[in-house]
Design a protein around this ligand. Structure first.
Ligand code: NDP
Length: 244
């Protein structure tokens, strides 16, 4: 029997891009996966396309009630929750000089407050069962910075401090907490970049290609696997060498 067959996984923001690829790779290995998005119909549609071990629920990571309901439903159905992938995230790019407070706040609310809500919601069941994996989707921008993304970079850098603090808090309960810092990955989030900017970026990446959601999914699988049971508080860079 595969190590994944009895695993219960929650992926936030699983309707598209990286989150969808993460959900798909867990389902392909036999795990029971709940993927979430803000719209119930699209979350369910994506889950159906992945197979019968996937389910899709509406959950806005900024609204604690919806987070608690989703986690409660998972624990009621499966009796446990093994992996939380904090993947939901947004950008609202612009130079700080002109950035409206609403763009600052909405990025921090989704990327950082969402991390707080979702992580806190799964801690009780994970601590009770004396095992769990929390995997936080940060960004290369959180370690390097990027002009026009002060709000996003601040949220993604803060995720790294959160990851290390929480890893220390829950290590004695056999719960690991790690972060992944993807580089430039081809998804809706990066689609609008002009072709010449994409070409320049590709040139700056030592592996000379833009990343795919599956590149990140493979790193998530590793951190969730038995093989990573001695790894906690770490930041795994998945960026083609863009930042070393
Ligand atoms: P996409 O824009 O393709 O997908 C974002 C996902 O997040 C969607 O499923 C969306 O669901 C969900 N989401 C957004 N806001 C909320 C919310 N308030 N509550 C619940 N779900 C929400 O993004 P990517 O796949 O590119 O990115 C995924 C993660 O990876 C993000 O955290 C991003 O910051 C990070 N990342 C991405 C990189 C890239 O180059 N693409 C690089 C580094 C990090 P829906 O719209 O259905 O509600």
């Amino acid at each position: 029997m595969s190590e994944w067959n009895d695993k219960v996984v929650l992926v936030t923001g699983g309707t598209r891009g990286i989150g969808r690829a993460v959900a798909a790779s867990f389902v392909a290995r036999g795990a029971a996966v709940t993927l979430t998005g803000r719209d119930e119909a699209s979350a369910q549609r994506v889950a159906e396309s992945l197979g019968e071990k996937a389910s899709g629920v509406a959950m806005d990571v900024t609204v604690r009630k919806t987070v608690d309901e989703a986690v409660k439903a998972i624990v009621t159905t499966h009796g446990r929750i093994d992996v939380l992938v904090n993947n939901a995230g947004i950008t609202r790019d612009g130079l700080l000089m002109r950035m409206p407070l609403s763009d600052w706040e909405s990025v921090l609310d989704t990327n950082l407050n969402g991390l707080y809500h979702c992580s806190q919601a799964v801690l009780r069941p994970m601590i009770r069962q004396r095992s769990g994996r929390i995997i936080n989707m940060s960004s290369v921008v959180g370690v390097m910075g990027n002009a026009g993304q002060a709000n996003y970079a601040a949220s993604k850098a803060a995720m790294l401090g959160f990851t290390k603090a929480l890893a220390r808090e829950v290590a004695s309960r056999n719960v690991t907490v790690n972060a992944i810092a993807p580089g430039y990955i081809e998804t809706d989030m990066t689609r609008d970049l002009p072709d010449d900017a994409t070409d320049a970026l590709r040139e700056a990446i030592p592996l000379k290609r833009i990343g795919q959601p599956e590149d990140v999914a493979a790193a998530v699988l590793y951190l969730a696997s038995e093989g990573a049971s001695y790894v906690t508080g770490q930041v795994l860079q998945v960026n083609g060498g863009l930042y070393m």
